[in-house]
Every structure is written in structure tokens, then in C-alpha cells.
Design a protein around this ligand. Structure first.
Ligand SMILES: [Zn+2]
Length: 464
């Protein structure tokens, strides 16, 4: 068993507010000891003096397949995103595009200190696309929950004739992965309620539960504002569902999620940009829930958690300050705090994935998912206190060391074990392919009609 001593860092465990200098002993994939000046024989020493050491970030919602179309959605609304990506670019993806996009997306996450990604994979246009996604997960070396999506991308020549064929293919993939060791797991990404029938939603959930797979779903956006209530009426809510966005989900529905044991993920940057409403972190906190964060899409913006933490924190502060300001007063203090923001991105994410016993904080017996931030840059001259420095001062490139399940995947600022020049060439070819119109582009189909019916009169051109 490999023994490594991570020595001399300033450690923020997120298991309490006990920030301070400490060493961490890692044995195999687990944390064996945390303490000052650990005296350990026969361990490889990793010198982390001058580093901030913390649990790896947990990203509870990302569509890694969109790495191949990086940045195309920079000025888009949610409506434009659905039309041009989910009913546009998605048609052009070949299995190889899925593989390289997910792999590069996962490596980008890892490089910036994200050690767990919940990958909502709704690009499964054929069984070969599913296999490509699973292969990318295995190749990346990051802790992954790959949620198999049943979403019906409109294609001129669909590989799946019916929804039931998709469920059968998920069955095939689940069978292949069942009992396999490793840090990649399968889950189920529900199709948005208005794009499928209630019976199909039930089939997706029942498939997941028959195999003990976690579930996630886009929920409570304006095209499906009452999705939680619908699941509640059908008796389908449960602790295994991670609900994403929920901007238009009512408080009563949030209580239903809470009481079912489910969780909510907020993705501040997409929600703010795309006309989805404000993130609902404050409403979740008031209901005694633990909001988690997701990065969502690099088809729009950067794939690091530092940006999302700041976005979440500052918009919540602004929302809380607003009523005071409107009353002609000034807030004496502000909230939430930087430690709250770091919890959103670490331990709350682990809770949302129902894996807080394994990841999300640094404690003896937990998985060794550990990152270290180098503090030799001008942005640490002089250094702020550890948690303010992590949340408000760190740049993604400052992440110098990343360990996942006891394996060192980044060291001295360099990602290990991947041929990045080859991956760059591959994803450039994918980007060029995806930018080229194909004969799939004109396909109609049930998804296009269902979306048109769902948005009905609600999409408007706003003045200005
Ligand atoms: Zn999403």
C-alpha cells in the first residue's frame, strides 16, 4: 500500500473551523492521520510548505460533452441554448467527439482542483456514444458520477427508435459497470418533464431505482416550473434525486424535496446569464437545506469552482442587501460568509451526491481527495487568512497539487499522465467538425415539437 505524507501545508479541513498547519498521512486511497508534525516512517514525503491544503471541490452539475463547443453560448439565453446546442450542435456529435469533449472537460476540472464531477450526460445519441462517455470517465482519473441521459436529441437517422430502447441501452451499460471497482459510477439523468410522457419519466426513475443508481434532473425552470410537484404527485420523489436549478420551484416544493431527503444544486453563472432567475441558495438555507454548486457548461464560461463560489457568494450578499437598500438604509453587516461559500463547493456537494461519508472534507478514514494551492503569487503577497484567500483571492492556476483517491494527478502545477498535445489536436478536430453544418441539422421529431409546445407563448423578445 502506498503511504504518502503531505507535509507542512496550512490545512482547511471543512470538517470544523480548525484551520492551521498540519500534515496529512495518506495510506492507499484513504486519509490515515491528520496532525501537527506527524512522525511517520517509510512514507513518500510531499512537501506542501507554503500551500493551502483543502478537500477537492465537488461539482454537482456539469455537461462535459459541451467542452467541444467551448464558448459558443457566451451571449445566449436559455432559449437560444436549447435551440442551438441541445437541438443543434448535439445532432453533430460523433462518439469520438463525446469522448474527447468529456475527457478534456474532466481534465480541466481536475486541473483547477475539482476532484468529483457529476456529469449530466444527455448526448447519448447511440450505444457507441454511451460507450465513449464511459471510456472518457475511465480515462480521466477523476471521481465521476456519469449520469446516463435519456434525452432524445433530434436526429434525421436516430439510433434509438423509442424511449424504451434508450432504457435498454442504459441497462446494458449498467450491467457492464456493475461490480466494477474504480472511482467512476453510473447514474441517471432524467429528461425534462415536458419533453417526455409521465410514463417515460416513471420508466427512467424506476430503471435507476432497480439498479440503485443516483438520479439527477433539471428542475423548476420557467418551461417546467412545477416539476417537483409533478414528481411528488406521482409518488416519485426520493433521497436519491439531485434537483438542479429550481429557480421557479415554490417553497412548498422545496420542502417536499427536503422532506424526501433529496438535494438541490445551484449553477449561479448560467442561471444569472441565461434568464433563469436568481440562484436560490438563500431560500435553501432558510429551509435548513445545504445548497451545492455546479459549473454546468463550458460552452459558455470557465470550468473552475473558484468563479462559481464567488458568483454564488456575492449575488446572495447582494440579494440580502437589496431590501435594506430599498428602504433607504445601509446594511451594518453582510452574509453569507466565505466559509459558507467554501462549504457550498465542498461538503455540501458531497452531501448532495450522498457521499459525505467519503468526500467533501478532510477527516481520518475518508477518501484522500486533496488539493493544494501554491501561495507564491502576487495575489498572496501578503497572504489573506486561509478561507478568504481560497474563496476570494485564488486563481485556478494556483492549484499546484491534486490527489484523487490517494493518487497524485497533479504535482508542481503540472497535470500528470495525459498527453495534452494529442488531446488538443483531437479536440480542435472535434471543434471544427461540430462547427460544420451536417445533414442531421434539419431533423424535426418529437423533441422539437415538445419543446415548442412547452415554451408556447412564454418566450418573448425583451425590449432593449
Ligand atoms: Zn444542466
Amino acid at each position: 500500500m502506498t503511504r504518502r505524507l503531505l507535509k507542512g501545508g496550512l490545512v482547511v479541513t471543512m470538517a470544523g473551523d480548525d484551520d492551521g498547519p498540519a500534515d496529512i498521512l495518506v495510506e492507499g486511497d484513504r486519509i490515515a492521520a491528520i496532525g501537527r508534525d506527524l512522525d511517520v516512517a517509510e512514507a513518500e514525503v510531499v512537501d506542501l510548505a507554503g500551500h493551502l491544503v483543502l478537500p477537492g471541490f465537488v461539482d454537482t452539475h456539469r455537461h462535459c460533452w459541451q467542452t467541444g463547443i467551448r464558448g459558443v453560448a457566451a451571449d445566449w439565453s436559455l432559449h437560444e441554448y436549447v435551440r442551438h446546442i441541445r437541438m443543434g450542435y448535439a445532432r453533430r456529435y460523433r462518439p469520438r467527439d463525446v469522448h474527447v469533449s468529456i475527457l478534456v472537460g474532466l481534465l480541466e476540472a481536475l486541473d483547477s482542483g475539482v476532484t468529483t464531477v457529476a456529469d449530466f450526460c444527455h448526448i447519448i445519441n447511440s450505444p457507441a456514444h454511451a460507450d465513449a462517455a464511459v471510456a472518457a470517465m475511465a480515462d480521466a482519473g477523476i471521481r465521476t458520477q456519469l449520469y446516463y441521459g435519456f434525452y432524445d436529441v433530434p436526429l434525421a437517422r436516430p439510433a434509438f427508435a423509442a424511449h424504451a430502447d434508450r432504457v435498454r441501452d442504459a441497462e446494458r451499460v449498467a450491467g457492464r459497470l456493475a461490480g466494477q471497482a474504480g472511482i467512476g459510477r453510473l447514474g441517471v439523468a432524467l429528461t425534462e418533464a415536458k419533453l417526455v410522457t409521465p410514463a417515460e419519466t416513471r420508466a427512467e426513475i424506476e430503471f435507476a431505482r432497480a439498479h440503485g443508481l443516483p438520479i439527477t434532473a433539471h428542475m423548476g425552470t420557467l418551461s417546467t416550473p412545477d416539476g417537483v410537484a409533478q414528481l411528488g404527485r406521482a409518488g416519485l420523489l426520493g433521497p436519491d434525486i439531485l434537483h438542479v436549478h429550481c429557480n421557479f420551484t415554490s417553497d412548498e416544493e422545496l420542502v417536499q424535496i427536503r422532506d424526501s431527503g433529496g438535494a438541490v444544486c445551484c449553477t449561479p453563472e448560467t442561471e444569472l446569464q441565461m434568464g433563469m432567475g436568481f440562484p436560490i441558495l438563500d431560500r435553501l438555507l432558510r429551509l435548513g437545506m445545504a445548497p451545492a454548486l455546479g459549473i454546468d457548461i463550458v460552452s459558455d464560461y470557465a470550468g473552475d469552482m473558484f468563479t462559481q463560489m464567488r458568483m454564488a457568494l456575492q449575488v446572495e450578499r447582494a440579494l440580502r442587501n437589496e431590501p435594506v437598500l430599498r428602504a433607504g438604509k445601509m446594511p451594518a453587516t453582510i452574509s453569507p460568509g466565505v466559509r459558507d461559500a467554501l462549504a457550498f463547493a465542498t461538503i455540501n456537494g458531497a452531501r448532495a451526491l450522498r457521499r459525505a461519508h467519503e468526500i467533501g472534507s478532510l477527516a481520518v478514514g475518508k477518501q484522500a481527495d486533496i488539493i493544494a494551492i501554491a501561495t507564491d503569487g502576487l495575489n498572496f503577497m501578503p497572504p489573506a487568512a486561509p478561507v478568504p484567500a481560497i474563496v476570494l483571492q485564488t486563481r485556478p492556476g494556483d492549484v499546484a497539487f491534486v490527489m484523487v483517491a490517494g493518487s497524485v494527478v497533479k504535482r508542481d502545477g503540472r497535470l500528470l499522465g495525459h498527453d495534452l498535445a494529442r488531446l488538443r489536436a483531437e479536440i480542435l478536430a472535434t471543434q471544427a467538425h461540430l462547427a460544420t453544418p451536417s445533414d442531421e441539422d434539419a431533423a424535426g421529431g418529437a423533441t422539437v415539437q415538445a419543446y415548442a409546445a412547452a415554451i408556447g407563448e412564454i418566450v418573448v423578445d425583451k425590449a432593449g
